[in-house]
Design a protein around this ligand. Structure first.
Ligand code: ADP
Ligand code: MG
Ligand code: MG
Ligand code: MG
Length: 399
């Protein structure tokens, strides 16, 4: 029987030897903790040649970036492993492979993706992965379709929803996305020079009504098994390859939330580009991000529609025209959730490197202001932005 203890490097090596599935596990000799996230320990396990072969991830019983004063459920490791395994069944080409999971230790052993790079860093440096947007759209379509009522049988769907209840992690999203930025809160994090813009968020009735509607959908619309945190830091890329990791916020929620988070992080990169690149390169990077947004959405929508046309058995949901109507609703949701991602990453607790690592302070603040302005506009007019071309036109208008 295992019992929770925080893993040392030696524990991680032993665990990888036992559960990593290698034919010759004794070649695994050394571990290095590489976690750069906010929450967990991540060990890379190296062989005698110094090559990283296996990854071991353990949840800590508190929020790593805050400390033991903010306790957090270890059950999130189960939800992460379970979500990734479910998604892997439907989209193995774009989901990290979980090799073993131990609930008491909150430890998972997974495929090593050290030959990939985290997409966010690549986007910041404007390194191109031409297939990544299409692959992200494909990933979203596959995992969200196959966990929705368009695919699952009604009883199966309800059993699935019940086994993915994730109240503590959902509460973090509910607070950070939909509450904190719109009120005075100690978790908020923004420069004093932006006080006027942030105060305006708190005083905007139309905005707060739209945010209430988005939060309500997040609370109550169990449309599909979401990744729950699909920002560009949860996505590994390599030439011709894209893999999602880090699904501890997984739960059955509104499909537009995952799509909007993915699009929102491309827009955050758009906002930050002038702070990292020269004028000409930033302009080109911005055009590329808009093209990426178009490709993520159109691939997602086309693939989801095709899967539904081919596979949906339900007599009502399969009625001609319903899937198009549903995708139009998902689109409007995605635009709204995308706006909340822009604002919570500029005003709230957790920021993105695309903007936060801009060396010039004035430029950094200008990019934050841009993200707030754009986010606010998207939330308020989401229902009037009819398609991805209209979104791109609005982004240009607010840039
Ligand atoms: P957290 O939940 O704490 O954010 P992540 O799952 O995002 O943890 O992992 C943190 C970091 O560890 C990633 O950004 C990446 O650098 C590294 N990492 C995680 N999983 C893998 C993997 N399968 N292969 C290689 N590196 C990984
Ligand atoms: Mg992470
Ligand atoms: Mg995480
Ligand atoms: Mg419409």
């Amino acid at each position: 029987m295992s019992q929770y203890r925080t893993f040392t490097a030696e524990d991680a090596v032993a665990w990888a030897q036992k559960f990593g599935g290698l034919d010759n596990p004794s070649v695994l000799v050394r571990a290095q903790e590489v976690g750069d996230g906010n929450l967990n320990l991540v060990f890379k396990i190296f062989d005698t040649q110094g090559v990283s072969r296996i990854v071991v991830k353990q949840a800590l019983p508190y929020v790593r970036c805050v400390g033991e004063s903010w306790p957090l459920t270890l059950d999130r490791a189960r939800l992460e492993a379970q979500t990734l395994r479910e998604h892997y069944q439907h989209c193995p080409q774009h989901t990290v492979n979980i090799l073993h999971f131990d609930p008491a230790l909150a430890v998972m052993v997974m495929e090593d993706l050290s030959d990939h790079r985290i997409w966010r860093g690549e986007l910041i440096n404007n390194v191109s992965y031409p297939q990544a947007p299409r692959q992200l759209g494909e990933y979203l379509a596959q995992v969200l379709f196959h966990t929705s009522d368009f695919w699952l049988q009604p009883q199966q769907k309800k059993a699935q929803v019940a086994s993915f209840i994730n109240p503590e992690m959902c509460e973090i999203t509910e607070d950070l996305f939909f509450n904190d930025p719109y009120q005075i809160h100690e978790r908020n994090n923004y420069p004093a020079t932006l006080e006027q813009e942030v105060a305006a968020l708190r005083d905007d009735a139309q905005l707060k009504l739209a945010v209430a509607a988005l939060k309500h959908r997040f609370f109550s619309h169990a449309e599909a098994l979401l990744h729950g945190d699909i920002h560009s830091g949860s996505i590994f890329v390599a030439e011709g390859s894209l893999k999602a990791i880090d699904a501890e916020f997984g739960f059955f929620g509104p499909i537009g939330f995952d799509v909007g988070t993915a699009l929102g992080n491309l827009l955050l990169n758009f906002c930050g580009a002038p702070g990292h690149l020269g004028i000409r390169d930033a302009a080109a990077a911005r055009e590329q991000r808009l093209a990426d947004i178009r490709e993520v959405w159109t691939t997602f929508a086309e693939r989801f529609q095709a899967l539904a046309a081919e596979k949906t058995q339900d007599a009502a949901l399969g009625y001609p025209g319903y899937i198009s109507q549903f995708l139009q609703k998902i689109w409007h949701d995605a635009v709204g959730f995308c706006g909340t991602e822009l604002i919570r990453r500029s005003v709230g607790l957790s920021h993105v490197a695309d903007i936060d690592t801009i060396p010039d302070e004035e430029m950094r603040h200008a990019c934050l202001r841009h993200a707030i302005t754009l986010g606010k506009a998207l939330i308020v007019i989401a229902d009037r932005i009819e398609n991805v071309d209209a979104l791109i036109a609005r982004v240009r208008q607010y840039s």
